[in-house]
Design a protein around this ligand. Structure first.
Ligand code: GLN
Length: 241
């Protein structure tokens, strides 16, 4: 066990409404990977009406239905300024799909309703007329191959000063802005992406990027898990759509 007795806090936003595709698994994976390095970690769930903890180290949040996004919108606006300040100060965030959309400027539903976001990312999203569903593989200059599963109708557009998480989509659609064929967004230590899976199960490089932004000491490899992860990635990278 490390001499660092601090308990690293993973804040998991809206698991009651936004865990339709199992993205809460990302919080569980981060906790485990922190503990396997000899540190302590805990997951704090935050749902509509809860008190936002005054301090947390990593924020995770997942995907869900348009209706769930509308139901939590007012509550999200209340905590939005604190989350944006956390991101602007280099806080570690992983926002998946529906919450990726709401961490941008807005998500416009198929009925034309604009659900306001909190402006962590300089993006906006418009629901398309059909769902984008299937395996997805992307190539990121910074993180290499990212593998997952996508299920969304939203098409996400990046402002000129926003940086995609992955510059190329080699299988699937991703953001859906066909003029640029990118996937996700990254801002300081905050990541938004359409990749479900949960994402971190097959992409440990993202897990350790988020953890390393919080724990300054170099992270030791986790041979026991990462050998399995490599096998899973090898299988997944051969999947078709
Ligand atoms: N409701 C949003 C869409 O369809 C987000 C979906 C999701 O979170 N998987 O684009």
């Amino acid at each position: 066990m490390n001499s660092d007795s601090r308990i690293y806090k993973i804040l998991n936003l809206y698991p009651e409404k936004m865990n339709m595709y199992g993205d809460t698994g990302n919080a569980i994976i981060l906790k485990k990977r922190i503990e396997l390095r000899g540190y302590k970690a805990e997951i704090i769930d935050y749902n509509i009406g809860d008190n936002l903890p005054s301090q947390f180290d990593i924020l995770t949040t997942g995907g869900g239905m348009d209706s769930s996004q509308a139901e939590l919108a007012a509550d999200l606006q209340k905590i939005g300024p604190s989350i944006k300040k956390f991101a602007d100060n280099g806080g570690a965030i992983l926002a998946i799909c529906g919450m990726y959309q709401l961490f941008g400027k807005y998500f416009q539903t198929r009925k034309g309703e604009k659900i306001p976001g909190i402006g962590v990312f300089n993006i906006w999203t418009e629901a398309g007329d059909k769902r984008i569903i299937g395996n997805i593989i992307t190539e990121s200059e910074r993180f290499g191959k990212l593998i997952g599963y996508e299920n969304h109708s939203g098409k996400t557009y990046l402002e000129k000063n926003a940086h995609p998480l992955a510059e190329q989509v080699t299988l699937g659609i991703g953001n859906g802005d066909l003029a640029h064929k990118t996937e996700g967004v990254i801002y300081k230590n905050s990541i938004g992406t359409y990749l479900h899976g949960p994402l971190l199960a097959k992409n440990p490089q993202i897990s350790d990027f988020l953890i390393q932004s919080v724990i300054s000491k170099e992270l030791s490899p986790i041979k026991s898990i990462d050998q399995i992860t490599i096998k899973a990635r090898n299988v997944a990278s051969k999947l078709s759509r």
